[in-house]
Design a protein around this ligand. Sequence first.
Ligand code: FES
Length: 71
Amino acid sequence: MKVKARLIDDGPLVLSGDTVLIDGAGAPYPPAPVISICRCGLSDKKPFCDGSHRVRRFSHQARAPRLDENS
Ligand code: FES
């Protein structure tokens, strides 16, 4: 199964699919079908999003370059 990684505007990186998240010591987190990773740095539950980005009004809209712009 593929893993889908989606950057949410003004929010977390959301991973879905058969994802295994490994901590800094090499231990896996419990599996989950959807994992939201904090991008704002404000979560009290890092590395996971706890919704703090909404309260603090984190702002970042990532946009991938169009593939035809690189050719
Ligand atoms: S992205 Fe949600 S708390 Fe940081």
